[in-house]
Design a binder for this molecule. Structure first.
Ligand code: LLP
Length: 431
């Protein structure tokens, strides 16, 4: 099994967190997102313990909530003592409503609106990660209005592109996010911010990509960023105390994927930051990391009911399910690969490759291709695995398909975290 929380019961049914998925499908209907809350909490603790162990506790793990956002996940993060990364007024509002402690929220985004900045400042968001000079000016003015001195980090482009098979270090990455190191833009904006009344520059941030398997690009980013902090000290006499290294650690979608152990990642990055800081004579900064996918991704699955099975001789077999790109747009967007199996016959021997198709009016609406399955029949319960990240959060109502509910299992019991959308939800804002 590709995720620790999955197993096969004596009745040959797939289980998540020890709960029978066929029973869950019966109880809550399909399509259905199921997440193992215990696994999510365990993942949080792995990160937290590693920071305590390798970095003397001088760090904070933020859950990047774009991966999966709803009130319940913010409550879980608050209980686990993690911070959060939010990227919109909507995520911020959800966290506020869940009573998440705002001082542990970091607000990101390359084009925050005035309303969003105001919401963040008014509610005392812990840090705003400033992307550009336009934002800086507005943030200073809004902070003045609320008589606050807002603590900020700057999003820096460290010149490392990890979105390739290996990774490359370029002078200037073409990216809409952040300010560039190489051109001096980053140094200039920090110098400018240091003169402002209503913001306090406390650190720098970078995020080099997502679903990364190698340690090397993270180590290099840590080195480049710590050196930059030392350059800021040398040039501007400004001591920055926080280094936020973003998220991006890969997870196992397929058997062939081999993500780094998160513990090993934190160990090696911690060493790089400490060594670089010591060699440059600056204090070791507080380290911040923002995993999203690796906290929730492996803890989730999506259950579907199989409908039409269409065998096209010498071409392929389409297995159509009652969901698709509306609940999981990652295949149509990125041709992302997933593992899938029949939840009601989980241990049966796979005999042939199938294409799992969604129900939308769109030929590209597939969930996976070439997945080995036993003979599939209408009425089977099909599970797509490791869908906990960037599925529910990227879901849409295309074709006016209601979003599925999210059910969480914990200690062998299940409960609804997000209700199923109804047709009335779909017309709620129509006039
Ligand atoms: N921090 C920042 C500033 C980010 O932009 C991201 C992700 C993260 C943290 C969390 O990265 P993670 O640990 O989840 O890789 N929709 C895409 C992923 C987009 C990621 C965007 N930023 C997907 O479905 O693969």
């Amino acid at each position: 099994m590709i995720a620790e929380c999955l197993s096969i019961g004596a009745n040959n049914h797939l289980q998540i967190g020890g709960v029978d998925t066929v029973e869950l499908a019966k109880q809550y209907g399909t399509p259905l997102y199921v997440m193992d809350e215990d696994q999510i909490r365990k993942n949080c603790r792995i990160y937290k313990d590693a920071v305590d162990k390798y970095y003397d506790g001088n760090g904070l793990i933020l859950y990047a909530s774009k991966a999966f956002s709803c009130m319940q996940i913010y409550r879980i993060m608050a209980q686990e003592g993690l911070g959060i990364d939010v990227v919109s007024g909507g995520e911020l509002y959800t966290a506020l409503k869940a009573k998440f402690p705002m001082e542990k929220a970091y607000f990101h985004g390359n084009n925050k609106t005035n309303d969003e900045i105001e919401l963040a400042v008014k509610h005392g968001v812990g840090r705003i990660v400033v992307d550009n000079v336009f934002e800086l000016g507005r943030l200073d003015a809004i902070s003045a209005k609320y008589q606050k001195k807002t603590k900020i980090l700057f999003r820096i482009k460290p010149g490392i592109d990890a979105h390739t098979h290996s990774f490359i270090q370029t002078g200037q990455i073409d990216s809409k996010f952040g300010v560039a190191l190489e051109t001096g833009e980053a140094m200039d904006i920090i110098a400018q911010a240091a003169k402002l009344e209503n913001v306090e520059v406390v650190g720098v941030h970078c995020h080099i990509g997502s679903q990364i398997f190698d340690l090397a690009p993270f180590e290099l980013a840590a080195k480049v960023m710590t050196n930059f902090m030392a350059d800021v000290k040398d040039k501007l006499g400004l001591s920055l105390s926080e280094l936020n290294l973003g998220g991006g650690y890969g997870i196992k979608y397929l058997d062939s994927h081999n993500p780094v152990e998160y513990d090993a990642y934190i160990r090696s990055v911690s060493e790089v930051v400490k060594d670089t800081a010591n060699s440059r004579g600056i204090s070791v900064p507080k380290i911040i990391m923002e995993p999203g996918r690796s906290i929730v991704g492996p803890a989730g699955i999506t259950l579907y009911t199989v409908g039409a099975v269409k065998e096209i001789p010498n071409v392929r077999t389409y297995v159509s399910v009652d969901g698709g790109m509306t609940d999981n747009p990652r295949y149509i967007l990125y041709q992302s690969e997933y593992s899938a199996l029949l939840a009601n016959r989980a241990g049966d021997k796979p005999v042939k490759p199938v294409t799992i198709a969604g129900k939308c009016c769109e030929s590209g609406d597939l969930l996976a291709e070439g997945v080995m399955m036993p003979e599939v029949k209408a009425g089977d319960t099909l599970a797509v695995l490791a869908t906990g990240a960037y599925n529910y959060s990227m879901a849409s109502n295309y074709n006016r398909i209601p979003r599925p509910p999210v059910v969480m299992v914990s200690g062998g019991k299940s409960k609804v975290a997000v209700k199923r959308e109804t047709y009335d939800d779909l017309i709620r804002n129509d006039v």
